[in-house]
Design a protein around this ligand. Sequence first.
Ligand SMILES: NC(=O)c1ccc[n+]([C@@H]2O[C@H](COP(=O)([O-])OP(=O)(O)OC[C@H]3O[C@@H](n4cnc5c(N)ncnc54)[C@H](O)[C@@H]3O)[C@@H](O)[C@H]2O)c1
Length: 258
Amino acid sequence: MDVSGKGVFLTGGARGIGRGMTEALLAKGAKVLFCDLIADLGKAAEADLQKQYGADNVVFRQCDVTDGDQLKGEKFGAVDICVNNAGIMDERVWEKMLAINTTAQIRGSQLALDHMRRDRGGRGGLIINTVSLAGVFPSYFFPVYNASKHAMIGYTTSWAKNPKMGEMGVKWRCLCPNAVNTNLLVFEENQVYDGDKFLEWIKPRMLEPEEVVEAFMKLIQEEEGDGVIYGVFKGLGGVFKKRRLVDADGESNPIVVD
Ligand SMILES: NC(=O)c1ccc[n+]([C@@H]2O[C@H](COP(=O)([O-])OP(=O)(O)OC[C@H]3O[C@@H](n4cnc5c(N)ncnc54)[C@H](O)[C@@H]3O)[C@@H](O)[C@H]2O)c1
């Protein structure tokens, strides 16, 4: 999709990957409403971005994505692209983590679908959920985080398979980066299991947020690939691979292919 002039709603945009996504979308001419729990960071980002891209093109709202009323209250006026990106990794508060990473992403997706569906007067659109490679492969370091992300792969790809989706005019994609150098991976004690080991193990594969943002922009702008699971890997100097889970026999036994 050409993002120029498009309306975007994005969650978790105050820092990390979401902050980078917001800026990259603005640079391509989109209008972005981004929300986050952290008001001071969000407001600072808004001030910065408004200076560069114009006050009419970017707006921040403080919002807790787990509060359905707050999400609904954010008018989805003219949203063409919805990016459910807010997330945490904290096994100590696993129910809260499920509420943010899974329930809120599902709620955001449903609201966006209702708003966008062409068969009900909308103008179509694109829903991207920031998932993770942790949604594709098991990992003993953070089982509930892993489960929260596996759920979003199941949810997003299931909607993409709906035979009426063409009529609805909505596309669905999962962005699945490997580990990224953001605050999400700054662990306190017991936040994950063997956090030091994980960080040591993942170090050579760790992405920088800009690399993920670049992949995200490719994913958005690509016309093909509905229901795609878009893996982002540290490759040769940050080369991205597009990976898709396909059904080996049409319905079950998914395998990963390039
Ligand atoms: N960093 C990684 O290794 C990595 C890898 C793969 C996927 N991801 C996913 O990328 C997304 C962005 O993470 P990040 O790495 O940029 O981390 P981050 O911590 O830098 O950013 C996450 C943002 O989400 C916001 N947020 C958290 N809870 C919220 C809530 N209840 N309501 C509103 N906003 C809330 C935070 O305030 C923060 O600004 C997450 O979904 C994460 O799971 C991260």
